[in-house]
Design a protein around this ligand. Structure first.
Ligand code: ZN
Length: 244
């Protein structure tokens, strides 16, 4: 039953390109009338063809068109002769109002479902990103305990930016190693603890500027690291005291 409409040929409505007169009511329809062709009667106006209750849906929304046709007992395809391409071209369809409404509801529901799915995925991604950033910050604190409070988060945030939205397990494992963390910390120190940006602003060559601040970068890096061994020592001494 559902395929019935496809088996019989689609009803065709033509947007006329010349003066036409309805073969039934004899009305002069002008030069751009919508007509059907009815055998020897020639052109029929929409009213005489009993199609004037249908609503026009221009091409462009394939899902809407398909659904509107599906939900209409009566529908027609609207064609216009293309002078350039020398063939009839589909302009849209005529469908029943209730069919169109039903189609619109379905499309709306679909878009709502899609919207909800998108939101769900966005939340999941944000959650993954957040976990990743937190883990990264934790690694920064482990390796650089002298890093001032709050900087660990900033470093992690910046380092994770480029993985945002596509953090997979493999990516997090690969990018969480000591080298990656160290490199992120160096980038941060260069930017925030040295004259690097100012040198760049003054037009210094990037490599030159980096060389210029390298010593300072290393000094700060060491001091952030050093606290690790200091802290380890003090932890040990506390521990030893505890033993006494
Ligand atoms: Zn007519």
């Amino acid at each position: 039953m559902a395929t019935h409409q496809n088996e019989i040929e689609e009803l065709k409505v033509f947007i006329s390109t010349r003066e036409s007169i309805c073969g039934e009511c004899s009305e002069n329809l002008g030069s751009k009338a919508w007509i059907t062709l009815a055998g020897e009667k020639g052109a029929l106006c929409m009213a005489c063809a009993d199609l004037d209750h249908l609503i026009y849906v221009p091409s462009g929304d394939a899902a809407l068109t398909r659904r509107a046709k599906k939900h209409s007992k009566l529908s027609a395809v609207v064609l216009r002769w293309s002078v350039v391409r020398k063939r009839f071209e589909r302009q849209g369809v005529l469908v029943e109002e209730q069919g169109l409404e039903k189609a619109e509801e379905e499309c709306l529901a679909d878009s709502e479902v899609r919207e909800r799915r998108r939101n769900r995925e966005a939340v999941r991604r944000e959650d993954l990103d957040r976990q990743y950033v937190e883990k990264f910050a934790q690694r920064v604190r482990e390796l650089f305990p002298g890093c001032p409070a709050g900087r660990d988060a900033a470093i992690a945030q910046h380092a994770c930016q480029k993985y945002s939205g596509r953090v997979g397990r493999s990516a997090s494992a690969k990018n969480m190693d000591e080298e990656a963390v160290r490199s992120a910390v160096i980038t941060h120190i260069r930017r925030h603890e040295t004259d690097y940006d100012r040198l760049l602003a003054k037009g210094a060559d990037r490599r030159e500027a980096r060389e210029n601040v390298e010593r300072e970068v290393i000094r700060v890096l060491r001091s952030w690291e050093a606290l690790a061994s200091q802290k380890a020592n003090s932890d040990r001494s506390v521990h030893l005291q505890g033993l006494d």
